[in-house]
Design a binder for this molecule. Structure first.
Ligand code: MN
Length: 252
C-alpha cells in the first residue's frame, strides 16, 4: 500500500506531522505537499511555469506549487510507484458547506479522485488555530483509512471529514452529512501598510446559513464527526424541465 499524504497548509503544517506516523502502519507513505500555506487555493494547477521540488528526506517532497499540483505530479510520474490512496489534511480549520469549493484540502482529495484513487480530506473544526488538538482527528482518520481499505467505496467518491476540536470524551459520535451553506462573506477589509499603501483582505467565510439537522454544520455544532461523501457532478438536474424550453426559444 502506497499512501500519498498532502496538506494545503504546507508541508511543515502540524496536520502533516500528526498524520504521518499513523499512516506508516499501512505501508509506504509519501508526503508531497506545497512548500507554503495554500489554503483556499481550490484545485488550481500551475501550468504557466515549471514546478520545482525539494526532497526533504526519503518520505517528504516539498513542491513550489498547489495542493492539486502535488497530487497530480505524485500520481503522474514524480513518485516511482503510483499511490493507492490520497489523504489530505489534517487541515487547520473546518471545511464545511460552501468551503469545499474554495478548500485546497478538499481539492487535493478531489484531484486524487480524478486520477482514480480513493481519497479523503480531513479537517479539524476549531476556531482558534493556536488551540487545535490533532490527536483525536488522527485516531478518526486511522479508522477511516482502515475502513476504506477493507470496504472500498465506488471510484470517484471523496470523503470530506470534519472533526470537532474538542476532547475525545466530548465527541458525540459520527454522522453522515450533507453539505450545508454559508452566508456570503462580509465586506473586504481595508488596511494601510507601513509605507502608506492601501491593501485589502478577503474577510473570513460567512456564518452558517443552512445548518439544519443532517448538515455538516449541524453535526460539528453538536460535536459529531461529520462525514460527507462527495461526488463531482455539479449539473443542476432539477433545472432541466424549466430550462429546456429555452433551447427552442434561443436563436443561433
Ligand atoms: Mn488549509
Amino acid at each position: 500500500m502506497r499512501i500519498l499524504l498532502t496538506n494545503d497548509d504546507g508541508i511543515y503544517a502540524p496536520g502533516v506531522n500528526a498524520l504521518l506516523p499513523m499512516l506508516r502502519q499501512f505501508g509506504r507513505v509519501s508526503v508531497v505537499a506545497p512548500d507554503r500555506d495554500c489554503s483556499a487555493i481550490s484545485q488550481a494547477l500551475t501550468v504557466t511555469r515549471p514546478l520545482r521540488v525539494h526532497r526533504l528526506d526519503d518520505e517528504r517532497i516539498a513542491v513550489e506549487g498547489t495542493p492539486a499540483d502535488c497530487v497530480h505530479m505524485a500520481s503522474t510520474g514524480l513518485l516511482d510507484i503510483q499511490p493507492d490512496m490520497v489523504v489530505s489534511g489534517i487541515n487547520s480549520g473546518a471545511n464545511l458547506g460552501d468551503d469545499v469549493v474554495y478548500s485546497g484540502t478538499v481539492a487535493a482529495a478531489i484531484e486524487g479522485r480524478y486520477l482514480g484513487m480513493p481519497a479523503m480530506a480531513v479537517s479539524l473544526a476549531g476556531q482558534e488555530k493556536a488551540n487545535l488538538d490533532y490527536s483525536e482527528a488522527v485516531v478518526i482518520a486511522e479508522q477511516l483509512v482502515k475502513r476504506l481499505i477493507a470496504h472500498p467505496l465506488p471510484k470517484g467518491t471523496v470523503l470530506n471529514v470534519n472533526v470537532p476540536n474538542v476532547p475525545k470524551e466530548q465527541i458525540a459520535g459520527f454522522e453522515l452529512t450533507k453539505l450545508g451553506q454559508r452566508h456570503p462573506p462580509s465586506q473586504v477589509l481595508q488596511e494601510i501598510d507601513p509605507r502608506g499603501r492601501k491593501g485589502y483582505w478577503i474577510s473570513p467565510a460567512g456564518a452558517a446559513k443552512n445548518d439544519e439537522p443532517g448538515t455538516d454544520f449541524h453535526a460539528i455544532a453538536h460535536n459529531f464527526v461529520s462525514i460527507t461523501p462527495l461526488q463531482i457532478d455539479m449539473t443542476h438536474y432539477k433545472l432541466f424541465p424549466k430550462m429546456s424550453p429555452w433551447m427552442d426559444e434561443l436563436h443561433a
